[in-house]
Design a protein around this ligand. Sequence first.
Ligand SMILES: Cc1ncc(C[n+]2csc(CCOP(=O)(O)OP(=O)(O)O)c2C)c(N)n1
Ligand SMILES: [Mg+2]
Length: 333
Amino acid sequence: MAAKKKPNVSAEELLGHYREMLMIRRFEEKAGQLYGMGLIGGFCHLYIGQEAVVVGLEAAAEEGDKRVTSYRDHGHMLACGMDPKGVMAELTGREGGYSRGKGGSMHMFSKEKHFYGGHGIVAAQVPLGAGLAFADKYLGNDRVSFAYFGDGAANQGQVYETFNMASLWKLPVIFVIENNQYAMGTSQQRSSSTPDIYTRGAGFGIPGEIVDGMDVLAVKAAGEKAVAHCRSGEGPYILEVKTYRYRGHSMSDPAKYRTREEVQKMRDERDPIEQVRELLLTGKHASDDDLKAIDKEIKAIVNEAAEFSKESPEPDVSELWTDIYADEIPQEA
Ligand SMILES: Cc1ncc(C[n+]2csc(CCOP(=O)(O)OP(=O)(O)O)c2C)c(N)n1
Ligand SMILES: [Mg+2]
């Protein structure tokens, strides 16, 4: 394999990526624990292993850009700057959560951070992402929308209806296929007619490429290219980001469809956080102690979020009647 060209990156930037990926990992580990303790109910899909995808792409985004994703969404929320306390409290179904405890893991939103969910229906977010981009195009700004979806979702019909319209209207949307190689228990090899999913954009005139999703710098570089394409008015772009989830599809997955060795090999050889840790240590940008201190700091933030999510009260029964219809009709964006 040819040596990979790494983009130039400062120590601060590397440390930032390290910190953000570690925050997602520690948050998800804690969410897994709280689920095991019965404090989180319902669906819960962890993002562990995939951290470099969203951290790399958020590094390529600018203020005002939008994002929408599936149910595997906690990492996306944290990476766009949502408060870990509000996310964790939503997981435990408490008033302090982003949807006041009424949405749970798959249904959180933040207008302030331009995070449009959190969607439980496979691929439903893909046309919504194109809709967000349509609004920006209509308003004449240069914002870009990121529509994240999985390898399994990529086989859904609405994805291709969306590709057609997005290309026809040159919408500024980046279709991010988070190819973690499995859709629940079905491997991509068994379910996809084409090994490289991004090539399906060609039929609609949408360019795209494959990205190493375990390498945050490669993801960021590809993200910058895609963002530049969209901002300059050239229409949509597809990034097929090859990644891997370490945990089961959801908390109730017995994971009988793959071997432990396969998972362990990924963890040992390709872990996105370990790769950045190596770069930081070998480049003498940080010492072992510096990295331990960052871990401690992050664990403290996550523990604080967990405490908040336990202490925040359950929503009042009257909340059943709120957030159903829009109270105000927005006049202008
Ligand atoms: C329309 C629809 N069909 C089926 C399901 C059940 N389901 C939930 S997740 C999932 C697999 C999706 O896999 P993928 O798109 O690869 O995303 P990943 O879970 O790997 O992130 C399925 C079939 C659903 N939620 N919605
Ligand atoms: Mg998948």
